[in-house]
Every structure is written in C-alpha cells, then in structure tokens.
Design a protein around this ligand. Sequence first.
Ligand code: NAD
Ligand code: TDX
Length: 332
Amino acid sequence: MENLLVTGGAGFIGSNFVRHVLAHTDLTVTILDKLTYAANLGSIEHLPSDRCRLVIGDICDAGLVDELASTHDTVVHFAAESHNDNSLQDPSPFVQTNLVGTFVLLEAARKHDLRFHHISTDEVYGDLELDDPQRFTESTPYRPSSPYSATKAGSDHLVAAWTRSFGVQATTSNCSNNYGPWQHVEKFIPRQITQLIDGLRPKVYGEGRNVRDWIHVDDHSSAVLAILSDGQIGQTYLIGADGERSNREVVGALLTIFGREPDDFEHVADRAGHDLRYAIDPTLLRTELGWKPRHDDVETGLAATVEWYRAHEHWWRSAKVSTERKYEGQEQ
Ligand code: NAD
Ligand code: TDX
C-alpha cells in the first residue's frame, strides 16, 4: 500500500481520514471529490501538496475513475450522499452516487487489481427497540429504512459480490454516528451547536427518544486505518465506541455547556420512518485488530466540538444559512 485514492475526501469523515493518514503514515493520497454542497475546501486546505492532491470529479465518471485507478494501489471509498433527510426529499442522487458510483469504483478495482475499502453505516441494519439487549453485529440481517440506508445497503452487497465473484480484495466497515469538527451543519450535533451559538433553541425531531451510538470521527479514522493495514479480505467490521445517547440527552448536554436549561429546546415534526435506536457491538474489531477508541467520553468530546464551532464560524456560516432555509419548509 503506497498510493491511496480517497473518494469523498473533502467531506466530513473523508477529510478527517486524509489528515489522519498524512499524520500517521508515509502514504500519498489523491482525493477524488465532486465537491457537492456537503464538501468544504476549507477542510482540506493547508494539507502538504507533495503528499496530497485533489482531483475534482464524479465517482460515476468511469473514464476518470479508470485513469485514477491505473496509478493507485488502494481505494478508500467515503464518497456518498450522506443525509437521511435529503434522501426523503429527493432519493435520486442517492441512487446515483451510492449505488452507481460504488459499482463504477468496483469495476475499476477489479480491472486494476486494487485493494478496496468500503465505508458504510450501521443504518443498513435498520433499528432496535430501546430496551433490546442486543446490539448490531457483523451477522445482523440487513433491514434498511430510508432511501439513504437502502442505497448504502445495496452498495455493501455490491462490494460483497465483487469480492466473492471476481476476487476483488475488499473489506467493508459499518460505523455508527460520527461527531467532531468539520461536520456539515445539516447534521444533528453541529446543527444544534450552531443554533446555540446564534442564541436560538435546538430543534429536536418528535419526542427526542431516539438513540444514536456516537463515535468521535478521529476514532472512525483510526479504525479504518487498522482495517486497511491488518483486516482480513472479505471481512466486514463494525465500528463503534459504546456511545449510546438519546437525542434529548445530547441536546441537554449541549444546552448545559451553553449555560442554558437542559429542556430549553423546540420539538419539530418527526422524520418520516425515523429509526428508533442504533447500537454497535465492536467486539470483532477490538479483539481481532486490537483497536480501541481514544475518545471514550461523549460529553468531553461534545465540549471540545462546541469550542471548535465557536472558533470556526467562517467555515460553517454560509452552509448554516442555506441549510436552515432548506429545513424551514420541512419543519412546519
Ligand atoms: P459528507 O456528506 O460530509 O461527505 C461526502 C463527500 O462525498 C462530500 O465531500 C461530497 O462532495 C462527496 N461526493 C458526494 N457525491 C460524490 C460523487 N458522486 N463523486 C465524488 N464525490 C462525491 O459525508 P460523511 O458524513 O463524511 O460520510 C462519509 C461516508 O461515511 C459516507 O459513505 C457515509 O455513508 C459514511 N458514514 C457516515 C457516518 C456519519 O455519521 N456521518 C456514519 C457511518 C458511515
Ligand atoms: O435537527 C435535527 N433534529 C433531530 O432531532 C436533526 C438534523 C436530526 N435529529 C435527529 C435525527 C436522528 O435521530 O438526530 C439524530 C441524528 O440525525 P442525523 O445527524 O441526521 O444522523 P442520522 O440520521 O442518525 O444518520 C447519521 O449517522 C449514520 C449520518 O447522517 C449518516 O450518514 C450515517 O450513516
């Protein structure tokens, strides 16, 4: 492994992974990113130009992907349409990027004999009851709920089929909800932090009983690097850090950080088909690869994330304006 092609490297997790790789390895990186609304060039500026370059382009462009594949040995595939709410408004780019784009990359990996790592989500497993003692494992059946998670599930199946039928050297990871710096303000935690910075109330869908299993984005990146280095070809790894919190708990913690009452939030219309709970059992990753999260306290991680958003308003302000305009029509 010498030259990584990282798709979606100008997005939240992809850019974190690129920084992580540059800091912890000698690898060189090419980012392939279409620069959709979700990308932010500010997330990848100041990276060393002798080890990292950006190619602006679409993973569905087979000619471009083939050309890049011929000069790299490894693909780490983050690029996706990633936001559930958007997939409910217009599923079409989700089908195109998440399914067709993954197909195009797999065909290039097959032709050029590349190592392929596919980034996916725990949402492919559907949801759990609040009191279910089980958590998701590598053998939990697929049961996606939203157009987003259905297209991610489909992309996982494509990777598994290309491995079994064509011998592509692939691994897949399904991670839980990430938080941390550089996350787009459409997502739950940065949306609420920026509401609070603006002196407004957080907006909680429905009753806010839904539970997510939060992991710091740095820990997602270290897990992916561990899988790339030592993972078994054909294996799926679940990535999680035992960070289950209800949405009300997260909002309560953020309100407390801002010195406000923990119930000073607004209930808005619930998301259609809203998954109740996600929870990951990361035993395989921990035992087989010896991986451990560095950030094991969500509340400490939230406080640091609040500080980051306070200090980086120039990075998020214009996206905040367009995002809230988009949400306005959905939350009557
Ligand atoms: P993001 O929306 O912040 O970034 C996605 C990036 O992909 C953007 O830079 C965008 O420009 C790029 N992109 C989109 N379509 C493209 C295309 N057709 N061609 C090239 N580039 C394209 O997403 P994220 O939150 O960083 O998620 C990254 C990956 O991790 C996704 O595959 C997502 O499913 C997965 N994931 C995310 C989470 C989470 O909590 N955010 C959790 C588990 C898994
Ligand atoms: O304003 C909000 N209010 C609210 O209550 C928003 C934006 C969200 N929510 C709720 C919905 C969810 O229960 O917060 C929870 C988290 O919402 P999102 O940030 O939209 O994340 P989620 O739908 O759980 O999906 C995320 O984790 C899995 C990522 O967006 C996916 O890309 C990843 O696969």
